[in-house]
Design a binder for this molecule. Structure first.
Ligand code: ADP
Ligand code: MG
Length: 520
């Protein structure tokens, strides 16, 4: 028999003198053609849709009273419902619904008054019941949108749907002495409340995908629906990737890359997948619709299983739960209590405080940063200076100390007091940085430090004039040079005054007074 499939790139995978082999081979297609180079990749347009699972910020599980706190001893947060014991019935957590509605509204989705839970049947040890309670044809919310910004270009990404479901448990494959033979199951997470947010296939690059994820995370965090702490698995992402020749209308076949647990890995996984599919198409192969896993060690994706179709899950309406009704009144109540969300906050920071789009973006990366900036801006009445100090010195010092802005040793009002000292001329910018460092280290106020160390900027005309007169008297040669037309030597005098005042002289005033003394 001639070989039916040749796994190496570009080579014909059949024996042309053997027509049956050619036909069979065409069916089997090329399965591995390596990775395409940049020129080949450029011929294709990526099409990406993301499925994001977000854990809702409740105390208890979606259908039972167990907690789902992260990091507890395995299997300490279970109950008959989670374990799927006979006779145990699910009861929907009202708070979980309220939070899912909040996330839906924050993402501009239309919330359905009537939605329904459905059984998604599959067999895996992390799911004791043998089915996951999810939503299928009647999801909680649909038709949302989210605006992203990639290098200054705005783009709108559609959100197909947001539905509620329960999380599965965790299968632990390593870390035990007998891990070679056994896998362990931890059900603490099973039944934790999730919402799944499915995007339209509107995303066209790995950069857009990351921008979408960042913005989605921020909006959901600000809405209060979830903390989206990725280290605790509170936000997880599956990426659907296909490519098509540029100019072609129809989408290509997609692969779904499962559970990529950091945004950096999402980017890597998508880029790998684009290069893999491009090489495959270029070599005359076809992309097989499948579920793939990303390997963090190699940066590669590998086929895991053929992509299941909806009918594989034997979905049917969950008989143990009534339809979910979200009344208009409840929806209005939740909408009315919605905190200000990042897009609106950014627009307001630009309009109200005159910040650049960039500054507004950086200062709304967390709610704590936004609140801190606003408090400092208001207390100092100097929003732009406040924006610079918060983004520059403060965030720098916090990063270096491994602290969050919530735990800043300098309160916003104290930073505002320092900013006021700069603006009223009491403190030079250079000394202000020294004072800031001392405030950060010691918790004393700016005024206390300035007073204790005698750091006030010298803006006293008489005092400075005396120092200048003295300096001029001691430097007849330089005075002569200046008066002879070499006005550049003024730097020499400025330096002299600064040395004499330990850097505390008001530089603007020193310049003025020096010119007066030298020219007059
Ligand atoms: P499934 O359960 O099969 O994963 P979903 O509806 O939950 O289906 O998710 C499908 C995801 O795949 C959506 O994000 C959608 O935008 C995306 N998608 C659909 N078709 C394509 C395609 N041809 N290329 C890339 N992404 C696609
Ligand atoms: Mg899916």
């Amino acid at each position: 028999m001639p070989p039916l499939a040749n796994r190496s790139a570009g080579k014909p995978c059949y024996n042309s003198s053997f027509p049956l082999g050619r036909a069979v081979c065409k069916l089997m297609s090329i399965v591995d053609a390596g990775l395409a180079d940049a020129a080949t990749i450029a011929k294709y347009e990526p099409v990406i849709g993301l499925e994001v699972h977000v854990q809702l910020k409740t105390n208890t599980k979606i259908f039972s009273a167990s907690s789902h706190e992260f990091g507890n001893a395995p299997n300490t947060q279970t109950d008959p419902v989670v374990l799927g014991l006979p006779g145990a019935l699910p009861v929907l957590n009202r708070k979980a619904v309220a939070l899912a509605v909040r996330a839906s509204l924050a993402l501009d989705c239309r919330v359905n008054r009537y939605s329904q839970f459905a059984r998604k049947n599959y067999f895996y040890p992390d799911l004791p019941k043998g089915y996951q309670i999810s939503q299928y044809d009647k999801p909680l919310a649909e038709r949302g949108l989210l605006d992203i910004d990639v290098n200054g270009t705005r783009k709108r990404i559609g959100i197909t749907r947001l539905h509620m479901e329960e999380d599965a448990g965790k299968t632990v494959h390593d870390g035990f002495s007998d891990s070679q033979r056994y896998s362990y199951v931890d059900l603490n997470r099973a039944g934790a409340p999730l919402c799944e947010i499915v995007s339209e296939p509107d995303i066209r690059s790995s950069e857009e995908a990351v921008a979408y994820l960042n913005e989605l995370k921020l909006i959901v965090q600000f809405s209060g629906a979830s903390d989206c702490d990725m280290e605790k698995g509170q936000l997880r992402c599956d990426a659907n990737v296909s490519i098509r020749p540029r100019g072609q209308k129809e989408f290509g076949t997609r692969c779904e890359i499962k559970n990529v647990n950091s945004f950096r890995y999402v980017k890597q996984a998508i880029e790998y997948e684009i290069a893999r599919q491009a090489a495959l198409l270029e070599a005359g192969g076809t992309v097989i619709q499948e579920t793939r896993l990303f390997n963090t060690a190699t940066g590669a994706t590998a086929g895991m299983r053929g992509k299941e179709e909806a009918h594989d899950y034997r979905y049917f309406p969950e008989p143990d739960l009534p339809p979910l009704i979200v009344s208009d009144a409840w929806q209005q109540e939740i909408r009315g209590a919605m905190p200000e969300l990042p897009p609106a906050k950014r627009r307001r920071f630009v309009a109200e405080y005159g910040l650049s789009e960039y500054d507004a973006r950086v200062l709304t990366l967390t709610k704590a940063a936004a609140d801190y900036f606003e408090a400092a801006a208001q207390a100092s009445s100097r929003p732009k200076t406040a924006a610079n100090w918060v983004q520059g010195e403060l965030m720098g010092a916090l990063n270096a100390a491994g602290k969050k802005i919530e735990d800043s040793p300098i309160a916003a009002e104290e930073l505002a007091a320092l900013i006021k000292l700069i603006h009223d001329g009491s403190l030079s910018g250079k000394l202000a940085k020294e004072v800031f460092a001392k405030m950060f280290a010691g918790g004393k106020s700016a005024a206390e430090i300035v007073a204790a160390e005698g750091l006030q900027q010298i803006s006293d005309t008489g005092e400075l004039e005396a120092i200048i007169a003295d300096l001029l008297a001691k430097s007849p040669q330089q005075v002569a040079q200046y008066r002879g037309g070499k006005t550049g030597v003024i730097g020499f005098f400025v330096g002299g005054v600064m040395r004499a005042t330990r850097g505390q002289a008001n530089p603007k005033l020193v310049n003025e007074l020096l010119k007066k003394a030298l020219d007059g």
